[in-house]
Each structure stands twice: as C-alpha cells, then as structure tokens.
Design a protein around this ligand. Structure first.
Ligand code: PMP
Length: 438
C-alpha cells in the first residue's frame, strides 16, 4: 500500500510539491505528537502541519468540537453569514488578544489560507492610507499568492527574484544582536526619511515577530519597539504576521506580547483553526474604511474550522500552554546549545518558545566573500541539513528545514509536548546529527 501510493502520487502530482519530496510518509493515523504511516512506522511529528497543530494531532477537545457541530445539524457552508459558531470563535479569539488591541478592533474573515489574510491586510492598509507601497524585511515569508510573495524573501531569494513584482521597500530584519538590530532599525529610518527617487511613504510595514520559514529568526524586543515607534511617527500601519507565531507557540499567547507593542493589524491563521483551514485579520477599527466586498471569498465561513479553533484557543488559554512553551522551549534550547559545544557543525541555535532552529554549517569550508550575513563562523551547509533530516526520519522523527539556504533544522512541536517526549525528540536529533556528520 505504502509504496504504491508513494509511487502513484509522485507520478501524478505537480513538480511543485514540497514536503512529500523529503518526507516519504503515507500518514494514515495520528494522535498528539505521533503520526503513523501506512507501513506501520510511527514518527514523532515536530513539523506539526508547519506549526499549525498547537495541540498535536486529533486532540480530543478538537475532535469533540468538530463532532458537536456535525451533530447539531448546523450548515457547514455559510459564506460570511453570522452564526453561533462564528460568534463563539470571535468572542474566544478577542479574549486572547492584548486588551489594548482587542478593545478597539475589527475582524475580517478571509479565505482558508494565511496568504489570503496577508493579501487582505495589504488591501486594507492601502485603502486606509491611499498609498500603495509595502515595507517588508529580508528573510520574511508571508505566503505564496502574488502580493504576499512579493513581500517575502529578499533580493537573493529565488522564490522572489523570479517574479516580476516590484519590491517596494526592503529592509534588513533586526537580527545580529542588539547592535545589528539597531543598525537595521536606522537603515529603515533612513530609507523612510529619504526614499530612493522620492518615493512616497509606504501603505504599511509587515513583519514576523519570529521569522519561521526564514530560518527561525527571533526579532529582539527592542527592535520590535523601534519598528513600532518608527511606523507610529510616520503614520504607517504596522502589520504583525502571526500566522506561525500565534497561539502560544513562542511562549506568549501572541508573539507581539513579548515586546508589548500594539500593532495596527494582526494576520492570523494556522493554529487558530485547530488544524482546519481558517485565516483572519484583526485590525484597529479606524482602518476599517474599505468598502463592502473589498475582500470576499467563498470559503470564509468554515464552521468546522471555527469550532476546532475555538476549542484550541480556549484549551491553550485555560491550560496556560504559552507559559509551558516558554519553559520547555528554554530547556530544549539549552540542551541544543550544549550539543553545539561538541558539534562544530552546529553554527547557531536559536528560537523562542517551541519555535526552535538549529543552523548547520560546514566548519571546514571557507567563508564566502561577504560572509553569510547571519553572524555564523562558517558557511551554511544545506547538504548536511538534508542528511540530518533523513537521519531523523530513519529514527522516527519528522523535522523541517528552513532558512535562506535550507540549512536550518526546525522544530515546531505541539505545545502539549511532555518532558519525556521532548527528551525523546532531542535524543533522536542528537543521534541523527552524529550519524549525518560522519
Ligand atoms: N505567514 C507566515 C509567517 C507563515 O509562516 C505562513 C506559512 N508558512 C504564511 C504566512 C502563509 O500561510 P499559508 O501557507 O496558509 O498560506
């Protein structure tokens, strides 16, 4: 069964398929951290639906919420009509948001994917400001539709440079320690105050509090506050893309809470749907000047996703899973940092909460001219990273790669991870590293 399905799908599916290339698994059952393939093999899933599964696979409260909607006879398709299920979701979501933000916020339900909500955010700030340009950061990832893609990556990123979209304003992300972050902030300031060719101010700035696909790059709190000041002083709406960082993942319910900033727009997806497709933007009500139908879509009313999302948000809040992610994540990070002492191929270990990245380097190779830009002592090693991913798989551990060079091993386990499971994950990763290094 297993081999037949893999063979048939590899022949029938698009050349653009992604995860299926590096993870030849045919999932047939899953629960919590564990996923089981058609061949009977079991894996610890630290990809978690690309960071979607805050409660792991098929959590009982999520399944029950879905069943309740089905048993109630509620319509499953409701366009964007008001329903009790949507009412409950909106109430729970607003209860989790920072009060200074939620008290004066509006919500727009978007199409099923994060990228759709990013497009909605862009349209919203363009309508509200009457301006068109967008300011985004190197290493960013906002999705695969045209506008979101144009705001992703950087000049060196193949996903972006092959597209004919203008990159209106591209600034360095605030990494490289306090000094690097301040240099980056000044870069942004000077760009805005003296835009090349006299370009007008942008309609908005979009940032991820921790870049995920870009290789797990946490923005320092100070830099986040600088970005808030810089945008506020120039009346530029600040859009926080919390598609991946939201719902406790980074050790706060929303990652903007680490720095205490209040953005103008929040883009939310992934975990808010409790493993089903759901994406929204929440924004300051003064921005709500776009016209009816300015952002529509047939699938804005996924009742099952809203119910699953309500259950997930409530469970994370009631069980303080954000705090749990903070303490467990810090412990995992410390163990990985200790591992780096014995493994020169570990160029960097970084993360926040249960969003963790291990950047692999080739300590024997010469640095390319201009360095890597990431403050590493050696060039990134995507070949080793890919080998580590395969060794992990052999040991029953699913990890994802990310970063500009695909040399960052990423861990995004569910927030329900137990201490024993965390140990098992790190044991397998350490074994895989030792095997791949040889
Ligand atoms: N923004 C961020 C920060 C993301 O991580 C992602 C997905 N990885 C997206 C947007 C796009 O979401 P989707 O894949 O659901 O379109």
């Amino acid at each position: 069964v297993h081999e037949g399905i893999l063979r048939r799908q590899s022949l029938r599916e698009s050349a653009a398929r992604t995860y299926a290339r590096s993870l030849p698994i045919v999932p047939v059952r899953a629960r919590g951290l564990t996923i089981e393939g058609a061949d009977g093999r079991r894996y610890l899933d630290c990809l978690s639906g690309a960071g979607t599964l805050a409660l792991g696979h098929n959590h009982p409260v999520v399944l029950e919420a879905i069943k309740n909607v089905i048993d109630s006879g509620a319509p499953l398709h409701v366009l964007d009509l008001a329903t009790p299920v949507k009412d409950a979701f909106t109430t729970e979501l607003f209860a989790t948001l920072p009060p200074q933000f939620a008290d004066n916020a509006r919500i727009q339900f978007c199409g099923p994917a994060g990228t759709d909500a990013v497009e909605a955010a862009f349209k919203l700030v363009r309508a509200a400001t009457g301006r068109s340009g967008l300011l985004a950061f190197t290493g960013a990832y906002h999705g695969m539709t045209a506008g979101a893609l144009a705001a992703s990556g950087g000049a060196e990123d193949v996903r972006v440079t092959r597209l004919p979209f203008p990159q209106d304003y591209r600034c360095p992300f605030g990494i490289g320690g306090e000094r690097g972050a301040e240099v980056a902030a000044r870069w942004t300031e000077s760009l805005l105050d003296d835009p090349k060719g006299g370009a007008p101010a942008p309609a908005g700035m979009i940032l991820e509090p921790v870049q995920g696909e870009g290789g797990v790059n946490p923005a320092p709190d100070g830099w986040m506050r600088r970005m808030r000041e810089i945008t506020a002083a120039r009346s530029i709406p600040l859009i926080a893309d919390e598609v991946q960082t939201g719902v406790g993942r980074t050790g706060a319910f929303w990652a903007v809470q680490h720095s205490g900033i209040v953005p103008d727009v929040m883009v939310l997806s992934k975990a808010i749907g409790g493993s089903l497709p759901l994406a929204v933007i929440v924004y300051r009500s003064e921005l709500d000047t776009w016209h009816p139908g300015a952002h529509a879509g047939t699938f804005r009313g996924n009742q099952l996703a809203m119910a699953a999302g309500t259950a997930t948000l409530a469970y994370v809040r009631e069980n303080r899973l954000a705090e749990r992610a903070a303490t467990l994540g810090a412990r995992m990070l410390a163990r990985l940092q200790a591992l780096a002492i014995d493994h020169p191929c570990i160029g960097d270990v970084r993360g926040r909460g249960l969003m963790i990245g291990v950047e692999l380097v080739d300590p024997e190779a010469d640095m390319p001219a201009g360095g890597t830009g990431g403050g590493l002592g050696a060039p990134p090693d995507p070949v080793l990273a890919s080998a580590v991913q395969q060794e992990c798989l052999r040991r029953g551990l699913i990890v994802e790669l990310g970063g500009r060079h695909s040399a960052v091993v990423r861990l995004l386990p569910p927030l329900t991870l137990t201490d024993e499971q965390a140990t098992a994950v790190l044991d397998r990763l350490a074994d895989a590293l030792a095997a791949a290094e040889r």
